[in-house]
Ligand binder design. Structure first.
Ligand SMILES: Cc1cc2nc3c(=O)[nH]c(=O)nc-3n(C[C@H](O)[C@H](O)[C@H](O)COP(=O)(O)O)c2cc1C
Length: 381
């Protein structure tokens, strides 16, 4: 994080006068970004669909091999259960033609396994595009004890098959969230997951305490944001720190606690095991991968924060690999995310070991992506 600070203040000093023109060109390039990332999404959907048969047959043959293996370890029995439950759902369809896709995560029933990824869904805006109560759950943007302004601009950069963001968890604070956002959800039939941010243990605890007794059904603790100067990633890259925070949150939370893991670690499995041992009810993974782009004319970072989080189709294989590894090492459920832009991607993530899947960056270029992906996923279940 210290590197972030140094880099970002260097950028601000050096880029100084260029900041405005960068912002302007950023704004005008955003339209292009959307168009090109849409094309990239489409290309990537085609690619995923093309590879789908191959991927799923590889995955399912691996699953079968694992299930029939003599060493019936925790991993294979978990995989087998999941395969069974997918089969059961499918069988139900055939016999009753009633498509019950509901799942239960930590005692909370979702209508189906699709949710939104934190920071890419806004109750008011997304609500104009589709009926989000049709989703398994909605995950709202990270909230901190007080309002955060976020990082200086430019804070978004284009990348092949994805994007870099350094928004920095801009949010209105938990009081405003409770006062302005939660009432909109009061009579809506959908599971609500609040994403919690903080700079310190006390800040996380403050938010969790304030959310007690509210409309929120589950808490997702973001210990993995690479774009805030302290907190966030600092908790997400050290197993002991992550475990201590998890245990403290569990003591004060009145709802299931999901710990959101960072991919920016050497050993994701030990992070997952540490938070599970500390009492986490569920894991969500992955947050964005730390990345950077340079402006070819100035040689300076494009983002004012210098570094940012990479998301979108480019990170899908990393997410699949990490979910596959973690699901075989822990007993708690996993909400998978990272680069999902088609139903095929979501299905692949379920095969990897996730119980549910969140849609993030895909919704920034195609606002109805979560509901589209849910419909596409139906074809695979
Ligand atoms: C613009 C933007 C804002 C985000 N804000 C948050 C956030 O507030 N809290 C959080 O835990 N993750 C946040 N994320 C990370 C996403 O929830 C998700 O983990 C990540 O982007 C990978 O999924 P995707 O490739 O489908 O976007 C954000 C991502 C983006 C692109």
């Amino acid at each position: 994080m210290r590197m972030d600070n140094v880099a970002s203040s260097q950028t601000r000093n050096q880029a100084g006068s260029q900041a405005q023109s960068q912002t302007d060109s950023q704004a005008s390039s955003e339209t292009r970004n959307l168009a090109s990332s849409k094309t990239q999404n489409q290309t990537s959907s085609l690619a995923s669909i093309q590879t789908r048969n191959q991927t799923s047959s590889l995955a399912s043959s691996e699953t079968r091999n694992q299930a029939s293996s003599k060493t019936q370890n925790r991993a294979s029995s978990k995989t087998q259960n999941r395969a069974n439950s997918l089969t059961t759902i499918h069988d139900n369809d055939i016999t009753t033609s009633h498509k019950d896709r509901s799942i239960e995560i930590c005692g909370v029933r979702w209508k189906n396994p699709i949710t939104t990824a934190a920071g890419t869904f806004a109750i008011r805006e997304s609500g104009k595009y589709y009926d989000y109560t049709k989703l398994g759950s909605i995950t709202t943007k990270g909230v901190a004890p007080q309002a955060w302004e976020g990082n200086p601009t430019p804070r978004i950069a284009e990348t092949p098959s994805g994007m870099l963001n350094a928004v920095g968890l801009e949010n209105p604070g938990v009081d405003a969230y409770i006062k302005n956002d939660l009432p909109i959800l009061e009579n809506q039939d959908v599971v609500v997951i609040a994403n919690v941010a903080g700079h310190s243990e006390d800040e996380y605890i403050d938010v969790v305490k304030k959310l007690r007794g509210t409309r929120v059904d589950m808490l997702e603790i973001n210990i993995s944001c690479p774009n805030v100067s302290c907190g966030g990633i600092a908790f997400g890259t050290d197993a002991e720190t992550a475990a201590r925070l998890t245990a403290k949150i569990k003591k004060v939370a009145d709802k299931p606690v999901i710990i959101k893991l960072s991919p920016n670690v050497t050993d994701i499995v030990s992070m997952a095991q540490a938070v599970e041992a500390a009492g986490a009810d569920c894991i969500s993974m992955i947050n964005t991968l730390l990345g950077m782009r340079l402006n070819l004319k100035t040689g300076l970072p494009i983002l004012a924060n210098a570094t940012g989080g990479l998301s979108g189709p480019a990170i899908l294989p990393v997410a699949i690999r990490m979910i596959y590894q973690v699901s075989r090492a822990v007993d708690i459920p996993i909400i998978g995310m990272g680069g999902v832009s088609t139903g095929a991607d979501a299905y692949e993530m379920l095969l990897a070991g996730a119980q549910a899947v969140a849609v993030g960056t895909a919704a920034l270029s195609d606002p109805v992506a979560p509901i589209r992906i849910l419909e596409e996923l139906e074809g695979y279940l």
